[in-house]
Design a protein around this ligand. Structure first.
Ligand code: BGC
Length: 753
């Protein structure tokens, strides 16, 4: 028997025993029944399922008692109920939920287990709200430091984003809800997101941008996918034959449903023939026009049947909750709140601790908390997804809740609030009546507010200065114009540090900011994220030293924005006179007082940096960074012992077992995230200098030495070969680099593959 036929027979035996079911194939369990239903449905009934019924639902099959599908945003908490045909609040009192840390905060935990628990919590709360599909996770790569949705997304690294995405999706789906992974694909900028054409070479697309989607589909069996607003290589994502039919369905074996981003469907024929199942929202494309197209023979009815089948597979996999069994009380569950706390506590990232101001010393009795971000709530706001949280502990509140006896805390906001267009929309009177709101993002500090803050700072044993962005600055619908700190926060930092050098800076933001000035005057810096409803308590526990910080950056903080790849190569922002669409570019118009109607004109985003995204760029090009990918300090030191592998040479189907020990040399238990990168030594193919290929989060007691093993399947080291159109392994020598951050490699070992 030839080798191939042995494999074929084996595959058949395994399939016959029912053991070869992939996570996607599980969706097809009811196809027999579903096909019978489809055979009895009229064309009109079928097409009724292919577009929105309300803003957040699509039709079932009433004649067969099949319920509508109910969707919920996503991605960091189940969004409050909206009115049937819009996003405005429906004014319910039973729709509050758990506000989980946002995407970049979850990613800073580098923990698949936590992503799983997070997904489980989301899934369970969705069920309590009667929702079938969560519009999340959002797994796009953080390509630009200014990206408006960096806070929703996970990472600049595809492996980290993939691992977290898989955990999240498995958690959601194990809780009985479907996950809709978004935004497929290459939705890496908000600028003109509704029209921009992303031009990206196939190798980069496969190795970087599609990776997290591929993993959530193949490994986690994601039941739904949301095509993005933008175009990829000339075609809108919602009608992109290559992305939807060729790659997603044929190659990855996706069996679930695709639902366009809201307002992201663009034609009847394109959407019908090239892979979209559900138009959200409206029925102008996949509604009466589709019925006509079928009737005149332009779209085969079998195409409609395929869509209905994919929708029904999800409907059959997810139990519909009757109206009288959901929304009886708040969706938020104690377990979810505990997960939100755990994620927050493990995401907080200590950027530097010169002079050892943290953890806060016992002799600190007077703390001045300075900066409006200490009280700003981040559950909702801006344009993007949000949650009506059951509660939210602000950083100031957390510091109050957890303060040791005898500690006094004072607070001054120091800078105004900035609401961008949200203030503008409320009219000129609003700003007049709200002197605490600044109309300008870069307005100079208010002298009285600054004086008040300086007086408190001078009189304190320790100053904790909260700065950073807010949800009007980082938001869906527009990217930031730069990564500068807003509202004169740098000068405020300098003045505070001048009156009291015992100053800790805590940045509250979803994405990176330019820290050049702040870093010079503040000796201790913490990245505090947008950290969910327990964020303030978690932060306080870290600052007071009840737990050690253990977050690691999921993206690079560049020194200057201009250093980052898309800027260095002049690929972004795309130069055009357009105003964008789907909310694009509204800030500038608001501040200048002009309110132009956004309109859609196409621009092109060339991803000419190829796979050199984030640290891959900085490493390969030797460009210094402010804080590197994977960076994050602890209150203890970790020593890394020599690293070894189980073999010296590996074949394509092998797994490299990388073993080393980590010793906690400090006086308290702490978590360390050890990272494993691969550097190709004698490559002929072009590679980034190094790439993350494995990591592990470990809790290590004071003085304990832990032996850990990280596994790297050799197949994960393959590249996309554009000539054969397939993954290919480049044989040769590789260095396996083990460390505490991408710029803090402690040990290495070489192997042959
Ligand atoms: C966003 C999606 C979201 C959808 C529904 C769109 O504007 O891009 O992420 O799920 O709205 O709220």
């Amino acid at each position: 028997m030839k080798k191939n036929s042995i494999f074929l027979s084996l595959a058949l035996v395994v399939a016959a025993c029912g053991q070869a079911t992939t996570p996607q194939e599980r969706l097809t369990a009811h196809d027999g029944e579903i096909n019978k239903i489809i055979a009895q449905m009229s064309l009109e009934e079928k097409v009724e399922m292919l577009h929105s019924k309300t803003n957040m639902s699509s039709e079932g099959v009433p004649r067969f008692g099949i319920q509508d599908i109910k969707y919920a945003d996503g991605p960091f908490g189940i969004r409050e109920e909206g009115v049937p045909h819009g996003f405005q609040s429906a004014g319910w009192v039973t729709d509050s939920a758990t506000y989980f840390p946002t995407g970049s905060a979850l990613a800073a935990t580098w923990s698949k287990e936590l992503a799983y628990k997070y997904g489980q919590g989301m899934g369970a709360e969705a069920r309590r709200r009667g929702k079938d599909i969560i519009l999340g996770p959002a797994v796009n790569i953080q390509r630009l430091p200014v990206g408006g949705r960096t806070y929703e997304y996970f990472s600049e690294d595809p492996m980290l984003a993939a691992v977290l995405g898989v955990g999240y999706v498995q958690g959601v789906q194990d809780a009985g809800t479907a996950a809709c992974v978004k935004h497929y694909a290459l939705n890496n900028q908000e600028l003109n997101r509704g029209s921009v054409n992303v031009v990206c070479d196939e190798r980069t697309m496969r190795e970087i941008y599609l990776k997290p989607f591929e993993a959530t589909v193949k490994e986690a069996g994601a039941m739904a996918i949301m095509p993005a607003y933008n175009k990829v290589n000339g075609f809108y994502c919602s009608e992109n034959e290559v992305l939807l039919n060729q790659i997603l369905r044929k190659e990855w074996g996706f069996r679930g449903l695709t639902v366009s981003d809201w307002g992201g469907t663009h034609s009847t024929m394109g959407a019908a023939l090239h892979g979209l199942d559900v138009q959200m929202t409206g029925d102008n494309y996949l509604g009466p026009a589709l019925i006509d197209s079928v009737k005149v023979g332009k779209v085969p009815e079998s195409v409609v049947d395929d869509k209905v089948r994919e929708i029904l597979r999800v409907r059959f996999a997810i139990e519909a909750i009757p109206d009288d069994k959901c929304n009886l009380e708040t969706a938020s569950l104690p377990e979810s709140r505990a997960t939100a706390y755990e994620v927050a506590s493990k995401s907080i990232t200590l950027l530097k601790n010169e002079g050892g101001l943290l953890p806060i010393k016992k002799d600190v009795k007077k703390i001045a908390v300075i900066g409006r971000n200490a009280i700003a709530l981040t559950q909702s706001g801006g344009m993007g997804a949000g949650v009506k949280s059951v509660y939210e502990v602000s950083p100031l509140q957390g510091l109050q809740n957890k303060k040791p006896e005898g500690v006094e805390i004072s607070y001054a906001p120091a800078y105004k609030d900035y609401m961008g267009m949200f203030a503008f929309w409320r009219g000129p009177e609003f700003l007049k009546n709200h002197p605490e709101i600044s109309a300008e993002i870069d307005a100079p500090a208010d002298p009285e507010m600054l004086a008040e803050a300086l007086a408190l700072a001078k009189d304190a044993d320790l100053v904790i200065y909260f700065f950073g962005t807010n949800k009007s600055i980082e938001t869906e619908g527009s990217d930031r114009e730069n990564i500068n700190l807003p509202l004169d926060q740098e000068r405020i930092a300098e003045e505070l540090a001048a009156v009291n050098p015992n100053i800790v800076g805590v940045m509250i933001s979803g994405g990176p900011c330019d820290l050049v000035r702040v870093e010079k005057c503040i000796p201790t810096l913490v990245q505090g994220w947008w950290n969910g409803l327990e964020g303030g308590n978690a932060l306080a526990d870290v600052l007071y030293g009840n737990i050690a910080p253990s977050g690691k950056l999921p993206f690079t903080f560049p020194v200057r924005l201009a250093d980052s790849p898309a800027y260095a190569l002049d690929n972004y922002p795309q130069k055009s006179e357009i105003e964008g669409d789907l909310f694009g570019n509204m800030y500038r118009q608001d501040v200048s007082g002009q309110r132009k109607r956004p309109r859609a004109v196409s621009s092109t985003a060339y991803y000419s940096e190829g796979s050199l995204v984030g640290y891959r760029w900085f490493d390969t090009k030797n460009v210094p960074v402010m804080y590197a990918f994977g960076h994050g300090l602890s209150y203890v030191d970790f020593a890394y012992g020599a690293v070894k592998t189980d073999k010296a040479s590996y074949k394509e189907d092998d797994t490299i077992k990388v073993t080393f020990d980590i010793t906690n040399e400090g006086g308290m238990a702490a978590d360390e995230v050890a990272q494993v990168y691969v550097h190709r030594v004698d490559a002929t193919v072009e590679w980034p200098f190094k790439e993350l290929k494995g990591f592990t989060r470990q809790t290590i007691n004071a003085g304990e030495k832990k032996v850990v093993t990280v596994e790297i399947p050799v197949r994960d080291l393959r590249y996309w070969d554009t000539v054969s159109g397939d993954w290919k392994l480049e044989h040769g020598k590789i260095d396996i680099l083990v460390g505490s951050a991408s710029d803090d490699i402690r040990q290495s070992v070489s192997v042959e593959i």
